[in-house]
Design a protein around this ligand. Structure first.
Ligand SMILES: [Zn+2]
Length: 460
């Protein structure tokens, strides 16, 4: 910042403070003065910066083709020089300087106009602004503002998110620009972030336990759960969002780790890779025991067998008990409770001979609820040794997966009138997974590292 700018900013602050006469009565008065000072400093700084850039415009001198062997721009003391040609950002062939173009950028502190060199490639007919990458600008926003917008859109519907932003910061954005930010800018970054996790984690599955990185957690039990929830799509159809949760339990509760979530519209095999990488990150190789919990969905058990071969598979007790309750309801109506309680107790102690005797004693093979129970229990028999699981102090309920479907998907994606494009629904669901796993900041750090270079020269 120039001396001139500093002097002007300080003058503005002095003016505000000079107008403050009389003693301050409440803390609200003090807050108002502090905010006035902040606003004035911000305004003066941005005005001065913009003026500075306007002046610099006249000093820009383009490198001549004859002297452009070196493609590097050589900043001089008085004149800003720009390269005559640069490698195209899209195809790496030569792109040529086409002049300076200005763009209004919204920052958390207000608008600023950025003038920067524009290059165009004759080969692929695409243009780019090298400075936008260096200045960490995404579309018409600074990176920091874009992150705040994304965080709000993850938590609430787009229109509410932007109203909240306007209320807290006086920044007004259109719902379209927020949606575009999420689907076009963030979605590919999320894809890369999860891709990198898979690259780092999946090869570990073939290593010995002792060779695992020491910084991976060592839980006593790792619960790995999954469930599906239908999501309304723009074309009027519903698609299943698959939700995975991994929760670690440590000896004596010494360590704490928030449950880790993921949600995706992708097909089961791709979900499986994400699920496995997430479990590896949570210490699935080092855990004393692994348990996969789920309802009766076939895709969950198929994946569990391939992704976590050493895990105990446990059918959610509540789902199983609903089948028994349906039979009880058909036979005994409202007075089914004593019969039902006895059956559930037999299930919990794996006393299956008595359980099936009781079902046969009803002598109602004609009832649909009875045949449904037999099919469901038959398909899942190997996952219902509840007596054994309880002796080993393992959970037998997958309530976490079901509540995660509500938290991650339903509460944000199934509001009234909501319809999603494949990309739009996917990116919000994945980001909500990060949010509830306490991982959103790690993703933002990855994004700014990957998408932007550190600035090497002054603003202009
Ligand atoms: Zn090109």
């Amino acid at each position: 910042m120039t001396e001139e700018t500093k002097r002007r900013v300080l003058e503005r602050v002095e003016q505000i403070l000079a107008h403050q006469d009389g003693p301050l009565k409440t803390i609200n008065d003090l807050e108002q003065i502090a905010l006035n000072v902040r606003d004035e400093v911000v305004k003066a700084t941005l005005e001065e910066a913009t003026k500075q850039i306007e002046q610099d415009r006249h000093k820009i001198q383009q490198d001549q083709p004859e002297e452009a062997e070196s493609q590097e721009a050589k900043p001089e003391t008085q004149t800003l020089r720009v390269a005559y040609k640069l490698p195209c950002h899209h195809c790496q062939k030569n792109a040529y300087f086409k002049g300076m173009r200005s763009k209004k950028i919204q920052t958390l502190a207000g608008w600023i106009t950025l003038k920067r060199a524009y290059y165009h490639c004759q080969r692929c007919h695409q243009g780019f602004y090298p400075k936008d990458v260096e200045q960490q600008v995404t579309g018409h926003m600074t990176l920091r503002l874009a992150q705040e917008v994304v965080a709000l859109c993850v938590c609430m519907p787009y229109d509410l998110a932007l109203q909240t932003l306007a209320r807290l910061t006086s920044i007004r954005l259109s719902g379209r620009s927020a949606q575009r930010l999420c689907s076009q800018v963030i979605a590919p970054q999320v894809e890369q972030y999860l891709g990198q996790r898979q690259q780092e984690m999946l090869p570990l599955a073939f290593q010995m336990r002792e060779q695992c990185p020491a910084d991976l957690p060592t839980p006593e039990v790792l619960y790995i759960e999954a469930d599906g929830v239908h999501t309304p799509m723009r074309d009027g159809t519903w698609r299943e969002m698959k939700v995975g949760v991994v929760r670690a339990e440590f000896k004596d509760g010494r360590e704490q780790m928030p449950a880790q979530y993921l949600a995706t519209l992708e097909e089961a095999s791709k979900f499986g890779k994400h699920w496995e990488a997430l479990a590896l990150k949570c210490g699935s190789l080092k855990a004393d025991s692994l348990a996969v919990l789920g309802d009766g969905a076939t895709w969950i058990w198929n994946l569990a067998s391939t992704c976590f071969p050493r895990a105990v598979q446990i059918l959610d007790f509540f789902h199983a008990s609903e089948y028994v309750a349906a039979v009880g309801q058909d036979i005994f109506g409202e007075s089914k409770q004593p019969w039902l309680t006895a059956r559930l107790a037999e299930m919990k102690s794996s006393f299956w001979s008595r359980f099936w005797e009781a079902i046969e004693a009803l002598d109602r093979p004609d009832l649909e609820s009875v045949s449904r129970l037999k099919t469901y229990f038959g398909n899942n028999a190997s996952r219902m040794d509840y007596g054994d699981y309880l002796r080993r102090h393992l959970c037998i309920g997958s309530g976490l997966a079901e509540s995660s479907c509500k938290r991650i998907v339903s509460q944000r994606l199934k509001g009234s009138g909501m319809r999603w494009s494949g990309v739009g629904g996917e990116v919000i669901a994945r980001l909500r997974g990060f949010f509830f796993s306490n991982e959103l900041d790690a993703f933002f750090a990855f994004w700014s590292r990957r998408a932007f270079e550190p600035a090497t020269s002054p603003l202009l």
